[in-house]
Design a protein. Sequence first.
Length: 332
Amino acid sequence: MSNAIKSGFLIFGCLLLGWAISSVDLASVVQLLKKMGWGFAVIVFIYAGVTWLDTLSWKNNFHPEETRLFSNWQLWRIRQVGEAYNTITPFATLGGEPMKAQLLKDHHGLSLKSALASQIVSKTTFLAGLILFFIPGIALILLSSKISAEFKLVSLTGMVGFSTCIFLFFIVQVSGTMGKFCVWLSHKLSQRNLIHFLAKLGHLNELVSGFYKKYPARVIKASGLAFLGWILGLGELYTILYFLGFQVSFYELWVIEALGQLVKVGSFFIPLRLGAQEGGLILILTALGYPANLGLAVSLVARIKELAWVGLGLALGGKLTITHRPTPAGDD
């Protein structure tokens, strides 16, 4: 069943990609890409800054004493390895998280539970930063005279719906609802393996809930750093558009990036976001009056950057594996 679902999502993504390609002039897209030149190096440099901010954000989701186990650089390397696996695994944004936890345990002696708890909090603060980024985006979409009423409605519904889901996810974590559910369910079951798994899940929920209550300042700081990462992402998008020969206004830049990120997070179930990223950017840019060719060109530039970063992450992963030196870790 799992393979069938994955195959279904992949086919859906291929159909989206087919539509995206059929809606543009490929010759014009190629001509646009040729304009990038050394601009590729610039966007990779900017993206490196984004990943550094995201790493600093993640570091604030550990207990203060845990952060002494690794440097910023070491955590950045582990994050790049995990993100590379997130990109190449079927269910993007999920596959690399166990890898990050295992590397933190093997190389820095952090328990798997603590590493996973930090990632749950980090994922939440990362998305909280995106919600903060959405707020000006919503205002700018409403004020835009270029965007149709129908497109505004769809965009705002998506942003508000996504923000609501993240808020509810946060409430579930803070309140310990998952832990309570695990205790209740374990009393209804007789299988020891399932009861043991629920006990671990409940303990993980306690770690997450306890962190929010004990370190609210670190959570706020992490969300702020994540927000700065999204802001720096505007610079990356501006650079891509500049080298492609298009200069957009500040409000258009924010709208394109906000809606583009909404498409990305909303299509996590599609392997590599295949077709969703391309089709989304085509729809967004055409809604603002730009040619469909530009949407596909921007997406392809982003894909090339991602491939370069995946290569870096896999190379770092190989080095970490080769230089593996087990260290004592807590009982998992």
